[in-house]
Ligand binder design. Structure first.
Ligand code: ADP
Ligand code: 5GP
Length: 220
């Protein structure tokens, strides 16, 4: 049962970190891969907890040494998943959650087709903008330029959604949490009480909720 790789992608500000934290508090045996990044810590982020914050030259050396399962450049910074995260989770008999962008996700889907991919999207661009603003205000660093760039980026990431097995609309947090929990349990082989919810989140089910959110972003 252990050893499933869950790939989670979402436009920045969709609520992915919030959702993942909720699901991890409800479902045991789910390890979270701590990525390496060259971006500086945000707010209360701590080295070794949200990310391994790394200098650019160290990151480039790790790429050269072949230490990454995947890596990508996002918003001008490097982000990467080390093979060691996979090895730790396997050794501990746990499933592993990877929070990675669409470029990294596509690399892993090719290398490991058995990985379970989940895309999280906000219900509309207006809600996404509000969440981005709330978060940056809380961190005392609102930049119109950054918000605008992230909204543009969200649209282009949403075009990749059909490559993912599942999609979740993070509107009401409790509902999205219940859906993600159902997907994790379903993929572990549980059927009782989770089948309809998990199958309803498959991208090929094209639920009304998913299609409504996609339409609001003007992406078909
Ligand atoms: P991400 O990890 O996708 O960049 P965060 O988890 O940091 O996003 O969430 C962005 C902001 O939106 C945060 O301020 C968070 O509290 C808020 N948020 C997340 N999910 C929801 C939700 N379902 N409803 C309302 N606000 C949410
Ligand atoms: P943030 O800076 O907001 O934490 O993350 C920005 C983007 O980088 C998000 O889309 C996040 O999923 C992605 N990301 C975080 N870690 C990794 C990683 O290890 N690899 C890749 N490819 N993307 C990552």
């Amino acid at each position: 049962m252990a050893g499933i790789l869950f790939i989670i992608s979402a436009p920045s500000g969709s609520g992915k970190s919030t959702l993942v934290a909720q699901v991890r508090s409800l479902v045991s045996g789910l390890d979270f891969s701590i990525s390496y990044t060259t971006r500086p810590p945000r707010g209360s982020e701590t080295d070794g907890r949200e990310y391994h914050f790394t200098q650019r030259d160290t990151f480039e050396q790790m790429v050269e040494n072949g230490e990454f399962l995947e890596w990508a450049s996002v918003f001008g910074n490097y982000y990467g998943t080390a093979f060691s995260a996979l090895e730790h989770a396997r050794a501990a008999g746990k499933d592993l959650l990877l929070d990675i962008d669409v470029q990294g996700a596509v690399q892993i889907m090719k290398r490991m087709p058995e990985a379970v991919s989940i895309f999280i999207l906000p219900p509309s661009p207006e809600v996404l903008e509000m969440r981005l603003r709330n978060r940056s205000e809380a961190e005392h660093m609102t930049s119109e330029d950054v918000i605008e760039r992230r909204l543009q980026q969200a649209r282009s990431e949403l075009e990749q959604i059909w490559d993912y097995k599942y999609a979740l609309v993070n509107d009401v947090l409790d509902q999205a949490t219940a859906e993600m929990r159902a997907i994790v349990l379903y993929e572990r082989g549980v059927r009782d009480g989770v089948t309809a919810t998990a199958e309803g989140c498959r991208t090929d089910a094209r639920s009304l909720r998913l299609m409504t959110a996609m339409k609001s972003f003007d992406v078909g």
